[in-house]
Write a protein that binds this ligand. Structure first.
Ligand SMILES: Cc1cc2nc3c(=O)[nH]c(=O)nc-3n(C[C@H](O)[C@H](O)[C@H](O)COP(=O)(O)OP(=O)(O)OC[C@H]3O[C@@H](n4cnc5c(N)ncnc54)[C@H](O)[C@@H]3O)c2cc1C
Ligand code: FES
Length: 267
């Protein structure tokens, strides 16, 4: 695994995406090549005038790979993400990483299914491309408030993932509707070898329940507010179920953010 480094990188693209999101691409070839889907960077959120919060903010790797710019997709929520979105092309950003344990793709898998909502889309986007590169077909359920929030192209990139979109605005994102869709997949010829999720508690609980029922392995990327991002402050612990049934407090930044789907507990 690549060592964690603190580096500065030049912004090469900074633009709004849809109604709530912002795209940030950095010139950081070594870090981009070393990054793995599911890992994250801890970003120092200072705008061009140096304004922003003291603590870094964790951000999933949205785009990475040899010869590619390192990309993040931000939901602008507060001071930190607003400072990041205010960065202009040519300005520099301090980043720490790559951090955490990413997603795992097992040899022999032919097909995976991803269920994602909101900014979880950024976290799982690079997995679609990694899977495609290994010849693994990707089917994805993208959940959003309304069609204008979907960002399917930002999710799938060049992966050729087959996307089913569901929305709050027409009721198709309701749990019973998504459950019927997933059951049809799990019982059909296109049953996935593994499932992945991020970004929604209710979709996580649904997927966890169905994956257990159908005996399909799964992984989830968890989010938690962070202090150091390096495993030292323990401010990011979440309760995770061990194989023997006991509950452990594990650090999302160090043991995660990706955990076994059945080990994660609802928040
Ligand atoms: C491993 C990891 C990967 C992440 N990847 C992304 C990503 O790809 N894109 C993205 O937009 N966001 C991502 N997040 C969430 C992002 O870190 C927070 O939204 C960000 O720190 C908010 O900072 P802020 O200063 O803008 O808002 P603040 O003013 O700090 O907070 C604004 C609101 O956001 C909530 N919030 C703050 N931090 C988090 C957090 N870590 N998780 C959930 N809610 C939070 C606060 O409770 C508050 O309600 C990720 C978080 C983790 C832990
Ligand atoms: S953020 Fe400090 S231990 Fe995870």
């Amino acid at each position: 695994m690549h060592p964690v480094v603190e580096a500065t990188a030049r912004v090469v693209d900074s633009a709004p995406v849809g109604r709530r999101y912002h795209r940030l691409l950095l010139d950081a070839p070594e870090l981009s090549a070393a990054s793995r889907p599911g890992q994250f960077f801890h970003l120092l959120c200072r705008d061009g005038a140096g304004n922003g919060p003291y603590l870094r903010r964790p951000m999933s790797i949205w785009r990475c790979g040899p010869g590619r710019q390192l990309g993040f997709l931000l939901h602008v929520k507060g001071r930190g993400t607003a400072a990041l979105a205010a960065l202009r092309v040519g300005e520099r950003l301090s980043l720490l990483g790559p951090l955490g344990q990413g997603f795992r793709l097992e040899p022999g898998w032919r097909r995976i299914l991803i269920v994602v909502r909101g900014v979880g889309l950024a976290t799982l986007a690079p997995l679609t491309e990694a899977a495609a590169a290994q010849g693994i077909a990707v089917q994805a359920v993208l959940s959003a408030q309304a069609p204008e929030d979907l960002m399917a192209a930002e999710f799938a990139g060049d992966s050729g993932a087959a996307i089913t979109s569901v929305f709050d605005s027409d009721g198709s994102s309701a749990v019973p509707a998504v459950e019927a869709f997933l059951r049809a997949r799990f019982e059909g010829a296109d049953r996935p070898d593994a499932v992945f999720t991020c970004g929604s508690n209710r979709l996580f609980l649904l997927l966890q329940r169905l994956a257990a029922e159908y005996g399909i392995p799964g992984q989830i990327a968890l989010e938690q507010q962070m202090g150091c991002g390096l495993g030292m402050c323990f401010c990011c612990v979440r309760q995770i179920r061990a194989p023997d049934g006991t509950v452990q407090n594990l650090r999302v930044c160090a043991e995660g953010p990706v955990f076994d789907l059945q080990a994660a507990l609802a928040w």
